[in-house]
Design a binder for this molecule. Structure first.
Ligand SMILES: *[C@@H]1O[C@H](CO)[C@@H](O)[C@H](O)[C@H]1NC(C)=O
Ligand SMILES: *[C@@H]1O[C@H](CO)[C@@H](O)[C@H](O)[C@H]1NC(C)=O
Ligand SMILES: *[C@@H]1O[C@H](CO)[C@@H](O)[C@H](O)[C@H]1NC(C)=O
Ligand SMILES: *[C@@H]1O[C@H](CO)[C@@H](O)[C@H](O)[C@H]1NC(C)=O
Ligand SMILES: *[C@@H]1O[C@H](CO)[C@@H](O)[C@H](O)[C@H]1NC(C)=O
Ligand SMILES: *[C@@H]1O[C@H](CO)[C@@H](O)[C@H](O)[C@H]1NC(C)=O
Ligand SMILES: *[C@@H]1O[C@H](CO)[C@@H](O)[C@H](O)[C@H]1NC(C)=O
Ligand SMILES: *[C@@H]1O[C@H](CO)[C@@H](O)[C@H](O)[C@H]1NC(C)=O
Length: 257
C-alpha cells in the first residue's frame, strides 16, 4: 500500500523473501529482520524508475507517519540489492522493524528476473568512550527517558555523519547505553562485514572528532572498540619502526662512505 500510493502504476508488487532473527542489533533486543522484494514495471525507462534513495526513503517516511502493529527501526532500513542496469527494474530493499518490546525486521526488495540476491552480512562494532567532566544522572540508564533520548540524539547527530563520511561500509549508528564515570557512552556501529574498518580506524574517527565536536566531551584516552583500547599503542609501534628505519638508513649511508 505504501509503495502503490507513492509510485502508482510504476509499482507492481512486493513480496516477502525472508524473516530472520536479527543479529544486527544487540543481545538484549529481540528483533526480527524482514527481507522484502519490491518489483517495478520493467518496461519503464531507467530515468522514470524510482531512485534507490526514494525507494528507501518512502519506507522510512511511511514508518515515521503511520502506526503499525510492529515497531520498525527506521535507521535499519537499507537497500541490499538493486538490479543491474540491463536487468528488469526491480530493487531489493532491506528494512528493519522492531516489534514491541523489541523485534528487528529487515525488508528487502527483489527483481523477479535474473540476478541472485545476496543478503549483506553486517558486523556490529561496539564503540565505548568516556565523556569527562559531564554529569551522569540515573535517568540515563533508562532508554525511554527524555535524558537518554536527548543524549542519544546528540551523539548521533554529531558522530553518525563522521562515520558515514569515513567508511562506505558504514550502515548504522545505535546508542546502546550510558553509564556513570563521568559519562561512559556505549554505541553500536554497524558495518558491511566484507569491508569493515579496523578497530583503530574506528577509533581514529572519534579522536579526530574531538577537535570539532563541542556538544559533548570525548576523552580520547578512553576509547574502546569491541572492548579493546585501540589507543596510541599503534602509533607508538609505527613511530618505533620509523625510528628504526631512520637509524638503519643512516647506518647504511655511513657504511657506504
Ligand atoms: C536484533 O537486531 C540486532 C541488529 O540487527 C541484532 O544484533 C540482534 O541480535 C537482533 N535480535 C534478535 C533477537 O535477533
Ligand atoms: C524473545 O522472544 C521470545 C519469544 O517471544 C521470548 O521467549 C524471549 O524471552 C525473548 N527474549 C528477550 C530477550 O526478550
Ligand atoms: C508497465 O508499463 C507499460 C508501459 O507504461 C504498460 O503498458 C504495462 O501494462 C505496465 N505493466 C504492468 C504490469 O503494469
Ligand atoms: C519523522 O516525523 C517527524 C515529525 O513529523 C519529522 O520531524 C522527522 O523529520 C521525520 N523523520 C523522518 C526520517 O522522516
Ligand atoms: C494490530 O493489533 C491489534 C491488537 O492486537 C489487532 O486487533 C489488529 O487486528 C492488528 N492489526 C493488524 C493490521 O494486524
Ligand atoms: C533480490 O532478492 C531476490 C530474492 O532473494 C533475488 O531472487 C533477486 O535476484 C534479488 N534481486 C537482485 C537485483 O539482486
Ligand atoms: C556516579 O559516580 C560518582 C563517583 O563514584 C558518584 O559520586 C555519583 O553519585 C554517581 N552518580 C550516580 C547518578 O550514580
Ligand atoms: C580534545 O578537545 C578538547 C576541547 O576542545 C581539548 O581541550 C583537548 O586538548 C583535545 N584533545 C586533543 C588530544 O586534541
Amino acid at each position: 500500500m505504501i509503495y502503490r500510493k507513492k509510485f502508482g502504476l510504476l509499482f507492481i508488487r512486493s513480496f516477502v523473501i525472508a524473516f530472520r532473527s536479527s543479529q544486527r542489533f544487540f543481545l538484549r533486543m529481540n528483533s526480527t529482520e524482514a527481507e522484502v522484494g519490491l518489483e517495478f514495471n520493467k518496461t519503464t525507462s531507467a530515468e522514470i524508475l524510482p531512485k534507490n534513495e526514494d525507494v528507501q526513503q518512502t519506507l522510512v517516511e511511511a514508518i515515521n507517519s503511520t502506526t503499525f502493529n510492529v515497531t520498525f527501526i527506521p535507521s535499519t532500513i537499507s537497500l541490499i540489492k538493486t538490479p543491474l542496469a540491463t536487468a528488469a527494474p526491480t530493487t531489493n530493499t532491506t528494512t528493519t522493524t522492531t516489534t514491541t518490546p523489541t523485534t528487528n525486521t529487515t525488508t528487502t526488495t527483489k527483481p523477479t528476473t535474473t540476478t541472485t540476491t545476496t543478503v549483506e552480512s553486517i558486523v556490529t562494532k561496539r564503540l565505548t568512550f568516556r565523556s569527562a567532566g559531564e554529569i551522569f544522572t540515573n535517568d540515563l540508564l533508562i532508554t525511554s527517558s527524555t535524558a537518554f533520548k536527548n543524549r542519544a540524539e546528540l551523539l548521533k547527530t554529531h558522530l553518525l555523519p563522521l562515520y558515514q563520511a569515513a567508511f562506505s561500509s558504514f550502515r548504522s549508528f545505535i546508542v546502546i547505553s550510558f553509564s556513570n564515570g563521568s559519562i561512559i557512552n556505549n554505541i553500536g556501529l554497524e558495518f558491511a562485514t566484507a569491508s569493515q574498518p579496523s578497530n583503530t580506524q574506528i577509533r581514529d574517527v572519534l579522536v579526530k572528532a574531538n577537535s570539532t565536536v563541542t556538544a559533548f566531551n570525548i576523552d580520547i584516552t578512553s576509547i574502546f572498540v569491541d572492548g579493546t583500547q585501540t589507543s596510541s599503542g599503534v602509533s607508538h609501534t609505527i613511530s618505533l619502526i620509523t625510528a628504526f628505519s631512520l637509524v638503519l638508513l643512516s647506518w647504511l649511508l655511513s657504511t657506504q662512505q
